[in-house]
Design a protein around this ligand. Structure first.
Ligand code: OFO
Length: 170
């Protein structure tokens, strides 16, 4: 059973994951507009991942007999700049999400909510991967700088990313 505090906090995380999905969908649209189809694909896969994160929490709250409380999703900034700036913004956002997940773990510990502590471990591990992916992309983009050929090669590489639903990763 979830405490009132834990229910509110987990619902808050659904909202943050939905915002992440919305943000990456907007970034994907921006990349399509700029003719960067591989980058657009990468961000659209990221959108799918974020939706699956939101649904994972949604399912968990339901499973525990808690109440789902859906709030408004914030508008994404819409102006994203260069691919490097986009990945820097993505990393910054993921660091914010990591902190939010860690705060949930702290709350689950305080509440002696052992089930939620275990549930959140998947997200703790996932955030390590999210930040590592962004750091790798930032390093690559810094390496190619303004070289059009380098950017073209990265765009081709990102076109191959596909979505793997979390359930089949376990
Ligand atoms: Fe859900 O990991 Fe990104 O935000």
């Amino acid at each position: 059973m979830l405490s009132e505090k834990m229910t509110v906090a987990l619902n808050g995380q659904i909202n943050k994951e939905m915002y992440s999905a919305y943000l990456y969908m907007d970034m994907s649209a921006h990349c399509t507009y700029e003719g960067l189809d591989g980058f657009a694909n990468w961000f659209m896969v990221q959108y799918q991942e974020e939706m699956s994160h939101a649904m994972k929490i949604y399912d968990y709250i339901n499973e525990q007999g808690g109440k789902i409380i859906l709030e408004a999703i914030e508008k994404p900034p819409g102006d994203f700049g260069t691919p490097l700036e986009m990945f820097e913004a993505t990393l910054k956002h993921e660091q914010f999400i990591t902190k939010s997940i860690h705060d949930l773990v702290t709350l689950a510990n305080e509440e002696k909510d052992y089930a939620t502590q275990i549930f959140l471990q998947w997200f703790v591990t996932e955030q390590i991967e999210e930040e590592a992916n962004d750091n790798e992309m930032i390093a690559k983009l810094k390496l190619v700088g303004n070289d059009g050929n380098g950017l073209f090669m990265i765009d081709n590489e990102l076109a191959t990313r596909t979505f793997t639903p979390p359930a089949s990763e376990e």
